[in-house]
Design a protein around this ligand. Sequence first.
Ligand code: GLY
Length: 310
Amino acid sequence: MSAVVVVHGGAWAIPDDLAKASVDGVKAAACEGFSVLKKGGSALDAVEAAVKVMEDNTVFNSGHGAALNSDGEVELDAIIMDGRTLASGAVSSVKNIANPVSLARAVMEKTAHSMLTSRGANLFAESIGMATVPTDALVTEYERSEWTKHKTYAAGVMEDFNSQWAHDTVGAVAVDCAGNVACATSTGGIRNKMVGRVGDSPIIGCGGYADNSSGAVSCTGHGESILKVTLARLILSRVEQGKTVAEASQMSLRYMSDRVCGAGGAIVVSPSRQWAATFTTERMAWAAVDQDVLWYGLNPKERFKEQVSQ
Ligand code: GLY
């Protein structure tokens, strides 16, 4: 059976000057995830690899280039989940870690817990010898200047994610050759968020979920809205009720919009290799590799394709 990987670089009103870099970034991440799958790697390996590429790319709000909190500091959240066992690992409010998705995976694989936060997550990183970086090394000039401009930003409504104030999250989902699914999501959260604010991204069933019996989801968008509707799990419930992954994503995002005025996006893959990339914001950079074809888009209803370069 063939493998599929889908990635997103965040659902928001991506300005034209970031459009090309965002699309190039998700294409590179999807190709990295696919190359892991092609070499026989697991879905879990593929989503971690794809998300790391985006955490290292300053165009995205995660890892290097993450949004800053009200103190002007980076606080990162991430989750990873294995659809084979329902094991998950997450970190929230971590600093000094360039790839929080890998720390989340270590929480899953090396502790008896599902989530570590703040200082505890950093202490754990130290205990396993994970390299730290100076906090300021993750701060880009672009983010510092946006943060300065939007210090009075009031987080909370749909318009935020349809404005150019938001800057949201990366994620990946994959199904491997054995039919196992996995998801990973990583973010700096909402710009100018309160210190200690945790959004949807590291919360199981909200920012992501993976279950071999239905599929894997990674979400992006307004965290407080996603939390209210447990978006990732909601999408998979609808898949379990017989909807296609595209129908389930569209219905669930529409429900979030109608019920709590929240905007966002989701990527989904099923064990039978259906996949979808859906959003209710103005734009979301996404890419997928399915049978050596690279699909990608940015604007609603856009779906370009090209052959994966070998
Ligand atoms: N969706 C990311 C956040 O709200 O933190």
